[in-house]
Design a protein around this ligand. Structure first.
Ligand code: ATP
Ligand code: MG
Length: 327
């Protein structure tokens, strides 16, 4: 069955790494049809809007989307696109690859971050001059959905440990509800987990990241803890992510437009290629997903390497090397 994948490179190095990843997808799996769409700063300059209706429609109609990065207009592009795909789960695998300078080389964990509520509810107000409040929204529905997604992800991907980050000792009502939802889902699925206070977990992750597998987090905790863990595996150029909804999903590297190297042709395409591997997995093309992941890992281990990893190779040379390793 042919799948339709929307391709939105955006700005900066998105325009270099996304085409490289598309070439890899193309070489790995002939059953994907690509539909290209524009968004970001350049689109705004040309058409007056960063996210044209046409692009929303292309993303909404596709089976999945591969996105690069947007510059100044990021908030006007990626936040609406995440809601176009109905994404409630942000998946951020954090793995140390051989051949990279990882602080914690045994790290292999996956953050499953709630993507719709918590302190990112956007409900802020000014009570009076100099006094502002933020409303933290936590619902049974979103908490159960993210817990269920986390347990299922662990099962599907062979992680035997699920940890749930919270601060229910202080935020008793909201994180209390979150934890109750996790407990219900765990009983229903017959799956075990540990609940850990997010501050203690931050320290544990630094000292002991190899002990963790799937980490299910409320929105803000997931944002902070996953960046912390990214620091343990040495580099933005390697981290993929997925925004998963019930019927659609969007895949993107964790890094941004990297204006300091954009246009030089030396961006590391690994994060975007690994995001493409997550996309293949999402579409059910498991063998091809593994092939892409193994090819990228092989190139990271043996070279060639881009300058961020100490090499001199171009993005195109990495693409050729990865394509060359596909069966
Ligand atoms: P943005 O506002 O779009 O996020 P930024 O200035 O924060 O842009 P990032 O893309 O977040 O830039 O990158 C931060 C740093 O990491 C930059 O120095 C950038 O060159 C480097 N970097 C990020 N991604 C890559 C990559 N794929 N290859 C090489 N270096 C990268
Ligand atoms: Mg950035």
């Amino acid at each position: 069955m042919t799948h339709e994948v929307a391709v939105v490179p955006g700005d900066g190095i998105g325009r270099e790494v996304v085409p490289a990843a598309v070439d890899v997808l193309d070489a790995a799996d002939a059953s994907i049809e690509f539909v290209h769409a524009e968004a970001g700063d350049a689109t705004k300059a040309e058409r007056g809007e960063a996210l044209p209706e046409e692009t929303r429609k292309t993303v909404a109609d596709a089976d999945a989307t591969l996105f690069g990065a947007a510059g100044e207009t990021a908030a006007d592009v990626i936040l609406p696109l995440r809601s176009v795909v109905g994404s409630y789960a942000n998946v951020r695998p954090v793995r140390a690859y051989p051949g990279t300078d990882a602080l914690a080389p045994e790290t292999d964990l996956v953050f499953i971050r709630e993507n719709t509520e918590g302190v990112y509810s956007g409900i802020e107000s000014e009570i009076t001059a100099g006094v502002r409040t933020l409303t933290r929204v936590v619902t049974d529905e979103a908490s159960e959905a993210i817990a269920d997604f986390g347990f299922a992800y662990a099962e599907r991907n062979g992680y035997d440990r699920v940890t749930v980050a919270h601060k229910a000792n202080v935020m008793t009502a909201t994180d209390g509800l979150f934890l109750d939802a996790v407990e219900r889902v765990s009983q229903r699925r017959g799956a075990a987990y540990d609940a850990e206070l997010m501050d203690a977990l931050a320290m544990e992750l630094v000292m002991n990241s190899e002990a963790y597998g799937v980490v299910v987090c409320p929105n803000l905790a997931g944002d902070v803890l996953s960046d912390l863990a990214a620091g343990l595996v040495g580099g933005l150029g390697m981290l993929p992510s997925a925004n998963i909804g019930d019927e659609n999903a969007l895949f993107e590297p964790v890094h941004g437009t990297a204006p300091d190297i954009a246009g030089d042709g030396v961006a590391n395409p690994a994060a975007t290629m690994l995001s493409a591997a997550l996309l293949l997995e999402y579409l059910g093309h498991h063998a091809e997903a593994n092939q892409v992941r193994e090819a990228v890992e092989g190139v990271l281990a043996d070279g060639p390497r881009t300058p961020d990893l100490g090499g001199t190779a171009s993005t195109g040379q990495i693409r050729d090397a990865v394509v060359g390793r596909l069966p």
